[in-house]
Design a protein around this ligand. Structure first.
Ligand code: 5AD
Length: 357
């Protein structure tokens, strides 16, 4: 099977139909073929390096009411925490000293951390020379600008679903349009931008899922995270079924085929449903792992969904396990900050590989 070429067709309708056919095709060999092709495309475009991003989940307060997320403001069962900024910076600097080249600062949408506070944290962490990724939700464009000026390199903001009706039902009070505006603003400010969506959301159809992949491509994302939906008992979607691991792996492989240049993580959601998630991810299109380095006392409280992988392991053990897996697969740990190269930069690289043959 050679899907990669046909997915590059300039006619968007052709590509979308092809994606729908592949998503609907349940024959046993299809998933393995796609995974193999994704692995090959990953190797050709972004190589054997696996980039390790240490993630600090620094606050589980959130002003939003996303119907799938355990952090939603109406969940009164959750004990809320905020890590003080100096402790966040200290955690990041310790990680830098152990060799981690990118730190991801993630939280609920929590305006307690003001524009200035986040700018100062970014400035402090940047002194260590590592890359900083922010994932703190929808904020005014001026916040995004200030953080970029403070030195932030990347921003993660998932669009969650490309269907505006489903988006509105899942996110009361906000819109897909607004989220896409944030993503455009971030790109214009020069961030490397990551987004993505959930697989198996209640109400999601094959048409919507194909649309999700098309949207990722049209946004020309630098990074893309796709993971299965996992029901959380303290949310309105608590009794819905989880997304299927096999479908999540298929969508990951297709993500690599439509975004060959991008950095794709093996997501924590995947690893929470399937303990071999990191291995299956890395052998099926992914080139990024994001070990959780949040100080242990806060860790289990960042419960966006239950039984989150890594909740119990110490940061040191997790980092070690991450490195071991990378070596075991015959890959190597990214030696630099692991910035994303644009499609044109990488296309040139790909052509030069062909030239030398
Ligand atoms: N299941 C799977 N993923 C979830 N997220 C939030 N809640 C859930 C859930 N119940 C994901 C969203 C969000 C990211 C931080 O976690 O994609 O962007």
């Amino acid at each position: 099977m050679h899907c990669y070429q046909s997915l590059q067709d300039p006619d968007q309708a052709v590509v979308k139909q092809q994606l729908k056919n592949l998503l609907a095709d349940d024959r046993s060999g299809v998933l393995e073929d796609l995974r193999q092709e994704a692995d090959e495309v990953r190797r050709r475009w972004v190589g054997e390096a696996v980039h390790v991003r240490g993630i600090i989940e620094f606050s589980n307060y959130c002003i939003r009411s996303c119907r799938y997320c355990g952090l939603n403001r109406s969940n009164e069962q959750l004990h809320r925490y905020r890590i003080p900024p100096d402790e966040i910076v200290e955690t990041a600097c310790e990680a830098a000293a152990t060799g981690i080249k990118t730190i991801v600062l993630q939280s609920g949408d929590d305006f307690f951390y003001t524009r200035e506070v986040i700018s100062e944290m970014v400035q402090e962490i940047k002194k260590t020379g590592i890359a900083v990724t922010l994932a703190v939700g929808e904020r005014p464009g001026e916040d995004y600008r200030a953080w970029r000026e403070a030195g932030a390199d990347r921003y993660l903001l998932k669009f969650e679903t490309s269907d505006s009706g489903l988006y509105s039902r899942l996110h009361p009070g906000t819109s897909l349009d607004n989220r896409l505006k944030c993503l455009r603003d971030l790109k214009a400010l020069g961030y490397q931008v990551g987004s993505g969506f959930m697989i198996g959301l209640p109400g999601q159809t094959a048409d919507i899922l194909a649309g999700d992949l098309m949207l990722m491509r049209s946004l020309q994302l630098d990074m893309a995270g796709v993971g299965p939906f996992i029901p959380h008992h303290a949310t309105p979607l608590g009794r819905e079924p989880a997304g299927k691991v096999s479908l999540a792996l298929k969508v990951l492989a297709l993500s690599r085929l439509v975004l060959p240049w991008a950095h794709l993580p093996a997501t924590t959601a995947l690893s929470s449903l399937e303990k071999e998630g990191p291995r299956l991810g890395l052998t099926g299109g992914a080139n990024v792992l994001m070990p959780n380095i949040t100080p242990p006392e806060y860790r289990r409280l960042y419960e966006i969904y239950p039984h989150k992988a890594e909740a119990a392991d110490s940061p040191r053990d997790l980092y070690q396990a991450t490195l071991e897996l990378i070596y075991e697969l015959g890959r190597f740990v990214g030696r630099d900050q692991g910035h994303c190269l644009s499609p044109t930069e990488l296309t040139v690289k790909e052509e030069s590989i062909y030239d030398s043959n």
